[in-house]
Design a protein around this ligand. Structure first.
Ligand code: ADP
Ligand code: MG
Length: 277
């Protein structure tokens, strides 16, 4: 595990929320080992505990049972070595794009000037050269999320958690950000946990796709994605890719999270050549 990149291990992790005495089991049991430097996506129905899992890993909420290790360290509280990107971008409206990114250094009491060049490079990398001094309100949703990603990358942390980071964006912007993010990840290869409800996004990016069952969440399957890197958009038309997507989609159908409708054109209504009679 050299180069500051570390793996993550969940062992017997359970989470019960008890807000007003009404207990709610969010995670029933999660055991998972994530090799250092791998890209892991977590997919599962809404409410199955994906965010809960991320927050426990970041040390932002307590677990009810079990252990979580980052490298050899047991998670016992908030971690400075874990970068996070959320669906809502959490940028500070009174700081420019550049200053939002540099906040990561300031918070750690590091010298701002030591990180300015890197912040500019990251903005360039996410396609925001020239927007350094814009305020969040002057940026589109996609641009704001790019700033969030750049912010999470500034310190080159060994672990990155992204919780539906592109969920609020339109499909094209989202595809582009996924491609850009892959490119950025490949440079330092931190260990990534990427929560998404896009099966495509998960398969396209990952070394492993973790499929969770409906609440109370547990891991239903871990699928290793053996597709070569770097991954290009054309990959999405390949058979191998399609097989992985199908495998995950069928699990969602089994859970009843995805449903087919039976009505529609019946076989008999089609001519032999497949056109409508
Ligand atoms: P996901 O991210 O997969 O949609 P969450 O981890 O946000 O799921 O939530 C899992 C379950 O735990 C949901 O039923 C949710 O309502 C519940 N939950 C989440 N946060 C809290 C909380 N702070 N207090 C009580 N229940 C919560
Ligand atoms: Mg969530």
């Amino acid at each position: 595990m050299g180069d500051g990149v570390v793996g993550v291990r969940f062992a017997g992790v359970r989470k019960v929320y008890a807000p007003h005495g009404d207990e709610l089991e969010a995670i029933s049991r999660v055991d998972l080992e994530i090799p250092a430097g791998s890209f892991v996506s977590v997919v599962g129905p809404s409410g199955c505990g994906k965010s809960t899992l991320m927050l426990m890993l970041a040390g932002l909420i307590e677990r009810t049972e079990g252990e979580i290790h980052i490298g050899s360290e047991l998670v016992t509280g908030p971690r400075a070595d874990v970068g996070m990107v959320f669906q809502s971008d959490t940028l500070l409206e009174w700081r420019t794009a550049l200053d939002n990114i540099l906040l990561q250094a300031e918070m750690r009491r590091l010298k701002r000037k030591d990180y300015t060049d890197r912040a500019h490079q990251l903005l360039d990398l996410v396609g925001l050269a020239g927007f350094e001094h814009k305020y969040p309100r002057e940026l589109s949703g996609g641009m704001r999320q790019r700033v969030s990603v750049a912010r999470a990358l500034l310190m080159e942390l060994p672990v990155l958690l992204l919780d539906e980071p592109f969920g609020a964006l339109d499909a094209l912007t989202r595809d582009q950000l996924v491609v850009d993010f892959q490119h950025m990840w490949a440079r330092a290869r931190p260990t990534v946990l990427f929560v998404t409800h896009s099966i495509d996004e998960a398969v396209f990016q990952s070394d492993y796709v973790v499929v969770m069952s409906p609440r109370p969440g547990r891991i239903a399957r871990v699928i290793e994605i053996k597709l070569a890197r770097p991954r290009r958009l054309a990959l999405r038309s390949s058979d191998a890719y399609g097989c992985y997507v199908k495998e995950v989609r069928e699990m969602f159908l089994d859970f009843g999270v995805l449903r087919e409708h039976d009505e529609g054109v019946e076989d008999g209504a089609l001519d032999r050549d497949g056109s409508l009679a």
